[in-house]
Design a protein around this ligand. Sequence first.
Ligand code: ADP
Ligand code: MG
Length: 715
Amino acid sequence: MADFFNTDIKFLKGVGESRAKVLNKELEIFNFRDLLYYFPFRHIDRSKFYKIAELSGEMPMVQIIGRFVSFTIEGEGAKRRLNAVFSDGSRLMECVWFSKVDSIKDAYKIGQDYVIFGKPVQFRSIFSISHPEVSAYDPQKPPMGFVGVYTVTENMRRKGYSSRLLSSLVKNLIANPRFDTLPSILPEEVRERYNLLSLKDALVQMHCPENAELLRKARERLKFEELFYLQLHILRFSRERGRKIKGVIFPTIGKYFNDYFFNCIPFELTGAQKRVLKEIRADMRTGRQMNRLLQGDVGSGKTMVGFMSMLMAVDNGYQGALMAPTEILATQHYETISKWGAMIGLRVELLTGSVRTRKRREIDEGLRNGDIHILVGTHALIEDNVVFNRLGLVVIDEQHRFGVAQRAKMWKKAVVPPHVLVMTATPIPRTLAMTIYGDLDVSVIDELPPGRKPIETIMRYDENRMEVNRLIARELHAGRQIYIVYPLISENEKLELKSVEEGLERIKGLFPEVEVCCVHGKMKPEEKDFQMERFVSGQARILVATTVIEVGVNVPNASVMVVENAERFGLSQLHQLRGRVGRGSDKSYCILMTKFKIGSETRKRLSIMTETTDGFLISEADMKLRGPGDMEGTQQSGLAFALKVANLASDGQILNIAREAADMVLNAHPELVAGNPSPTDKTGEKLLLSSSSLALVASELRFRFAKTVDWSQIS
Ligand code: ADP
Ligand code: MG
């Protein structure tokens, strides 16, 4: 006999063959476990009875005890309706039915006690519920408590399935005597330590909570369970990686680094830059391969950190590579880094798809014999025919544009995999970073170089365009450059093009004395590059574009960023766009244009931009508003996997605790580390499990993650 969890759903009382087929197909419910883990998406509070006098227009569904005072049928034919006056002894209200008028009128008796349930609507001073649920009131029966509401597909609805039916099936399952023999999912040792509900209690309270507090505890327990296994899964792979993958050791800081640092550097490093360099330095002498994510807001000076890290490699006889997502960015990096490198006699080369054969041969040779110290490029860098002599460090800029597979390819370019430094200006909230990257180390540059003039961010309506145009004219007159960005409207490319083209014509008409260039998604890459180049070189003074303008592009002379239809952008995206200005020493402006009619939610969201320039705050706010699934960098990781109850945006605290628990379990049980039993970690705190708990953990991990990718490769 299959155990309780694995029992086929068709054997549940009230299901049978044909319903089982529907549950299989529509909800992927195959066995008892699937149904028990099919949670209500919300709960209706039926623990409390309301008085008519307490009602207000904004209430959700409420229940009221009282009696029908009268029934009246109004209207003719299809327009017939039944009006009932309902009293709770103190006040009167109304119930209305638009169908089955006669049978309902016959079913309910005047003067008997009933409970009515539904959403109250207010007409003048009278409250009314249409099509209330009505049941006889029995003072002996305890109130229903909270009632779960379940998602039912359209197909199911057509076949007569309802949330109520699912609720009754779950109740049948809970009433099954074998429910008491439910296996545990969390090891008992973990459950006790963190004082969590037992699985049985958690499931009962999740489906049919007695009160709000128990519902909260049930959710907490089930969230913990999900996050505990997720963390355990990630950590056991990342620990294995930490052990197995030896890295190149860079024992010395040598002449290049010191020469550059003491004699050539054009500015004083910020405290944050120095700290991060120390962290990287420490990594590179451990003998473990470094996998570090460097987060720093736009303009925080990540390039210099990347460059000086590469100097550490060069000092130890290794080569460095810097990879950027686009040709323009790669070229900009090349210009900067070759200038810096030239001061200390380094050979720096640029490799992109458009490098000609002869030059390409030169580069290949220089890479092989080690003459080239630093190679900058696009993903042309990771092609198999690019062979380094001794690659020691790869710096990847603007990480979210690169897929996991591409990064993994970089690893294979040397016998001992090179250290990897991933730089990103998209601040990923900590909870998310922990989940996506597992054991990836994170460094943060949380300080901007001194002397930056803050960017003034303002919201303007279309009606105020004149004022905005005056500001643009003034800045142009002062010799500055202007960005004007339109949203991508992916579902309607024609419309998108129209808005950009109209914008372009309008701008050309308004400012005929300057050159205007334009970049949009429908252009060929060469045309795009050509247009961008006109702006970067300063020849064109205004750039009209959709969001295809490059994430890291650096035009310090640009001082105004106008974002059209700003309400269509996510906050993090707006922050990135704003980061394109404020790179010079002059005051800059970011102007968020919207229609006059935007909702108050939208206004509130956009006003976050005017209140802070802190990318991390903005990113947290963005994640709270949009949910983690929409965050950049999450799609590629398969994070859209089944987190049913836990929410990465709001459950950071539970995530931290679950991670601590997973860590302690792994400390005590290194045999859980994927494929590599090795001695116990002596330093960390341990949580010892019984052998039956261990077996449980192993089988749960298999059950949950049999189908997912190898997370250790995601970094
Ligand atoms: P990002 O982190 O956005 O990639 P960059 O590396 O492009 O930022 O740096 C932005 C600008 O700030 C560059 O012009 C760079 O030379 C300059 N910069 C970097 N570090 C400092 C510093 N410590 N002091 C002054 N300017 C700096
Ligand atoms: Mg950059």
